[in-house]
Ligand binder design. Structure first.
Ligand code: FAD
Length: 393
């Protein structure tokens, strides 16, 4: 494989780099503040929107940048290298592509422009207390009543539900049909009467996700995307996204580099943390090598996507599984290196704590990495059956 950019790719990389240097929020070298609010980045979001870089993978006719898979890879790599905040999320990755492929003209005109301004937050109402990995078993019910559907049930782990304007909702419209065939895809206004959003605070002391309850919530029939009972298939819609996970691989390497710099710069009685605990130095070397392996996996995936024109299958599961478990190892190493300092974060102990308190926050937050977006066990099942041809367990 050739790792060198083509002439065009090098020019594009330079363009992205210069844009980031000029427009991205100032990076003081200590890495992102895990408790920064979205509002802090609104200037940056606006600049991205002006470039049509909120949804770089969307076709130009729908307001995206129409970037090729390789351009997205370069864009994502450079954003990660500069530690620039990402925008988009559910709106650009799930809601927008589904609307582009399956929405009516009215729906596209109503929702796509505000997704592209980068400020409107969407959330995803898929998981329920009894349905996560086996999502098609979901029980939230939507019953047609005149021009509306009446929704009753509960969603859980709804990221951003407390700040979202819209939800993409999967609800059961035909309980007699086989489970994948009785689900409909809705857009729901988060201010609808009968909806209650209750916070779930994660163990990193951060409010990211929520429980959402539906009590006789009326959703107009115009808010159904695609056909009734075809929602399961719509929920699989994606555009030609770069799926390499390069941001995660770059982030792992940067965290290791940060730890090494911190250890070198902070000496007590003339000794660095690594002099005191040399075993951590050995771990840092292992993590550094593993971050390199994760980067190579990302290159392999983008090469499959860009050169063979096919979506990666089990290879994306390999990268997700490896990258998220590596994240947990990286932060475990960080916690060991910082010793008792690792228990502080900038929320509880002020801005001057080592590495902005990122180790503690991310050590706790990274536990969820192997659950969100499909658990490690599910990724292993995919790799076993689709990748290695092993029988289902
Ligand atoms: C930080 C975070 C954010 C999230 N955000 C959202 C969101 O915005 N919207 C949303 O809808 N959901 C969201 N989720 C939910 C997420 O999609 C589910 O947690 C995930 O799919 C797992 O489902 P579950 O929690 O119900 O666990 P379960 O599916 O009940 O799994 C429990 C355990 O059993 C294992 N298991 C299950 N089935 C199998 C199997 N077939 N073979 C082997 N092992 C198995 C799992 O790996 C896991 O260890 C979020 C989750 C997290 C952690």
């Amino acid at each position: 494989m050739n790792f060198k950019d083509s002439v065009e790719e090098a020019a594009f990389r330079q363009e992205v780099r210069e844009f980031i240097k000029k427009e991205a929020p100032v990076n003081d070298g200590r890495g992102p503040d895990p408790f920064a609010s979205r509002g802090q980045y609104s200037g940056w979001t606006k600049k991205l929107a002006e470039r049509k870089w909120i949804a770089p993978a969307w076709p130009k006719e729908y307001g995206g940048a129409g970037m090729s898979v390789m351009e997205q890879f370069i864009f994502n790599s450079e954003l990660a290298e500069a530690r620039a905040p990402r925008v988009g999320g559910i709106a650009t990755s799930f809601a927008g592509p589904t609307l582009i492929h399956h929405g009516t003209e009215e729906q596209k005109q109503k929702y796509l422009p505000e997704i592209l301004d980068g400020e409107t937050i969407w959330c995803q109402g898929y998981s329920e207390p009894g349905s996560g990995s086996d999502l098609a078993s979901l029980q939230t019910r939507a019953i047609r009543d005149g021009d509306d559907y009446v929704v009753n049930g509960q969603k859980i782990w709804t990221s951003g539900g407390h700040v979202a304007k819209w939800m993409i909702l999967l609800a059961r419209t035909d309980p007699t049909a086989p489970k994948h065939r009785g689900i409909t895809y809705f857009i729901v206004d988060m201010k609808s009467p009968g909806m209650t959003v209750r916070p779930l605070i994660n163990m990193a002391d951060s409010h990211e996700f929520n429980e959402v309850f539906f009590e006789d919530v009326r959703v107009p029939k115009e808010n159904v995307i695609g056909e009734e009972n075809r929602g399961w298939y719509l929920a699989q819609t994606t555009l030609s996204f770069e799926r390499s996970n390069i941001g995660s691989a770059v982030g792992a390497r940067q965290n290791i580099e940060d730890m090494i710099t911190y250890a070198k710069e902070n000496r007590g009685n003339g000794r660095s943390m690594l002099d005191v605990n040399p075993a951590v130095g050995v771990e840092l070397v292992d993590r550094y090598i593993e971050a390199g392996v994760a980067t190579l996996m990302s290159y392999k995936i983008v090469s499959i996507q860009a050169n063979e024109g096919i979506a990666p299958g089990h290879e994306a599961s390999v990268a997700k599984l490896y990258g998220t478990e590596l994240n947990q190892r990286v932060y475990r190493t960080g916690m060991k290196m910082l010793g008792l300092y690792s228990q502080m974060d900038n929320k509880s102990a002020g801005p001057e704590v080592p590495l902005r308190g990122r180790m503690k926050y991310m050590y706790l937050r990274s536990i969820a990495n192997t659950i969100e977006g499909g658990t490690s066990e599910i990724q292993r099942n995919i790799i076993a059956t689709r990748g290695l041809g092993l029988p289902r367990g």
